[in-house]
Design a binder for this molecule. Structure first.
Ligand code: ARG
Length: 399
């Protein structure tokens, strides 16, 4: 029997897929759970996968790798899709695909399977990543091929004695990992209606978040966060700690109309406290430590980087090239940024860098000014030469 490696979350949908792949595709299923911080128990997952009919189960502990090599690499690009979304689902799919391929090779599997629908971005990310990494593997996406409804999945589960998790009845479709949490479906599909408070799990609302501001200082070395409030932390610990602290201050909620890869405009709701704080802080430190032309060009490239990740092109040569640029720029991005988090707001109140480019002697309006004021006259004369000439020939307002 040929083998298929299935991205297994442990939920109803992927449990049903185990059985479908076995009974209808006639494949031996190896269920793989790549742990990116969903807080699932390994033994529970294994038990459920086997009960659903899996021939094998693998649990890949990937939280550290995820934060260090995926989230913090994207952080070097201050990556926010459409300026808002920190790409938590997108980044995780690239990493999960990598591990699916590794497990497939280990077991000599010929297929990779995932539970994505035909309407979302995740199918694009899984498929492009696995095709880039392992073109010899065939991709199966039964949900996309058959459009299995929720009711049909429930029916199927009943027939085959597959456990229906309590979460299956919740009105939302949740996807979470340490970099953020996505909430979709149910009443959120009305983009003009405020998300109900109970769709949020990581962030407090206006009334429940801390009454006083929370002071947070992040230290960066070569663009990467290394300490929080003076305490050195691993990337994973820092992100976890910051998620808790910022979430308590009500920071991290995102609500937008998003352009999906497959053309759909969708209303997306996320919680990503640490990601939002780190991106804002890092961007500010970059402003202090890089020269203007780099800061400006990088903002354009950062937007392209975020699109590339969103669209599933993590394993593209373009990302490698942009990463090389980002790492080069990041060499000087060392210092600290201090923020006040309060009732959902992130307010930067201080930044410092030993090798920062802010020069008080040049900037000051007070004592000790070394700026050459008269040089500005000549500068303006030269910089304005063509503008002045053009307007001499074509006065403003002339018909
Ligand atoms: N729209 C978001 C994205 O494309 C969230 C996707 C969440 N995935 C999920 N299977 N629920 O990145």
């Amino acid at each position: 029997m040929e083998k298929v490696v299935l991205a297994y979350s442990g939920g109803l949908d992927t449990s049903v897929l185990v059985r479908i792949l076995r009974e209808e595709y006639k494949l031996a299923v190896i269920a793989v759970h790549v742990d990116v911080g969903e807080a699932r128990s390994k033994s529970e997952l294994q038990r459920k996968a086997e009960k659903a009919g899996a021939a094998g189960f693998e649990f890949v502990e990937a939280q550290d790798e995820y934060v260090s090599d995926y989230c913090f690499t994207a952080l070097q690009a201050n990556a926010l899709y459409e300026g808002i979304y920190p790409l938590n689902a997108a980044l995780s799919r690239a990493l999960i695909a990598k591990h699916l391929v590794a497990v497939a090779r280990k077991h000599g599997a010929t297929h990779i399977a995932h539970g994505s629908t035909g309407k979302g971005n995740d199918q694009v990310r899984f498929d492009l990543s696995s095709r880039a990494l392992a073109p010899e593997l065939t991709i199966l996406a039964p949900q996309r091929e058959r459009n299995i409804t929720r009711d049909a999945a429930m029916e199927y589960a009943k027939t085959w004695g597959i456990e229906v998790p309590a979460t299956a009845k919740k009105p939302w479709s949740i996807d979470e990992n340490v970099w953020g949490r996505s909430i979709e479906g149910g009443q959120l599909e009305d983009p003009n209606q405020e998300p109900p408070e109970d769709c949020y799990a990581w962030t407090k609302g206006e009334t429940t978040s801390r009454a006083d501001a929370t002071l947070v200082q992040i230290a960066f070395e070569a663009g990467r966060p290394v300490a929080m409030n003076g305490e050195a932390l691993s990337p994973l610990d820092l992100v976890k700690r910051l998620n808790a602290v910022a979430g308590d201050a009500g920071v991290g909620r995102i609500d937008l109309i998003e352009n999906r890869v497959v053309g759909i405009k969708s209303r997306e709701v996320y919680e990503a406290p640490a990601a939002l704080v780190l991106i804002q802080a890092r961007r500010e430190l970059e402003r202090l430590t890089t020269i203007g032309d780099v800061t400006h060009l990088k903002a354009d490239l950062d937007a392209a980087y975020a699109r590339l990740v969103y669209e599933g092109r993590w394993y593209s040569p373009l990302r490698e090239s942009l990463d090389a640029f980002n790492e080069s720029v990041a060499k000087t991005v060392t210092g600290t940024v201090t923020m006040k988090l309060h009732k959902g707001a992130i307010r930067i109140i201080g930044r410092s860098a030993e090798k920062g480019l802010y020069n008080h002697k040049k900037a000051t309006y007070g004592e000790g000014d070394t700026f050459n004021h008269r040089a500005a006259e000549g500068f303006i004369e030269l910089v304005g030469m063509q503008l002045v000439e053009f307007r001499r020939q074509h006065p403003v307002g002339e018909k």
